[in-house]
Ligand binder design. Structure first.
Ligand code: FES
Length: 121
C-alpha cells in the first residue's frame, strides 16, 4: 500500500517529505519567497515564527505569491493583493479561490515540505 496509512480504520494519503531549503535560505519572519520542488512552484512564508508553504501560483491571474508580502497573517499576491490564509489556502472575501497548502517542518536546520505521493510513479 504505497503512499497510504491507516487512520481511524480508514486509508489516508501519505506524502513524502522533501527538503526545500536550509533555514539560512528561508524567508525571515513575516516575509515570503519563491521556491520550486520537483517542478512544483512553491510560496514559502514565515508568519509569526511559523513556516507555511502554499502553491506559488495565484488562482486569480497566476501571480507569483512568493513575490508578494505578509499582511494580517496572510500571504498577499503582488499583482492584485488577494490575501490567502496560510493555514487553509482560502482567499479572503470578496475574492474567491484557494491554493494548495503543504505541511512544513524544520528538522536539522533545514525546511522540509510534505509533497503528495505520485500514485502513477
Ligand atoms: S493575480 Fe493574484 S490577485 Fe490577481
Amino acid at each position: 500500500m504505497k503512499g497510504k496509512s491507516q487512520q481511524n480504520g480508514r486509508e489516508k494519503d501519505v506524502g513524502e517529505w522533501v527538503r526545500l531549503c536550509s533555514l539560512k535560505e528561508a524567508p525571515e519572519d513575516n516575509h515570503v519567497m519563491e521556491a520550486e520542488i520537483r517542478g512544483v512552484p512553491i510560496c514559502l512564508a514565515q508568519v509569526e515564527g511559523r513556516f507555511a508553504a502554499l502553491d506559488n501560483i495565484c488562482p486569480h491571474r497566476q501571480g507569483p505569491l512568493g513575490a508578494g508580502w505578509i499582511e494580517g497573517g496572510a500571504v498577499l499576491c503582488p499583482w492584485h493583493a488577494w490575501a490567502f490564509d496560510v493555514q487553509t489556502g482560502l482567499a479572503a472575501a470578496p475574492a474567491k479561490g484557494k491554493v494548495e497548502v503543504y505541511p512544513v517542518k524544520v528538522e536539522a536546520e533545514e525546511v522540509w515540505l510534505e509533497m503528495p505521493v505520485d500514485e502513477t510513479a
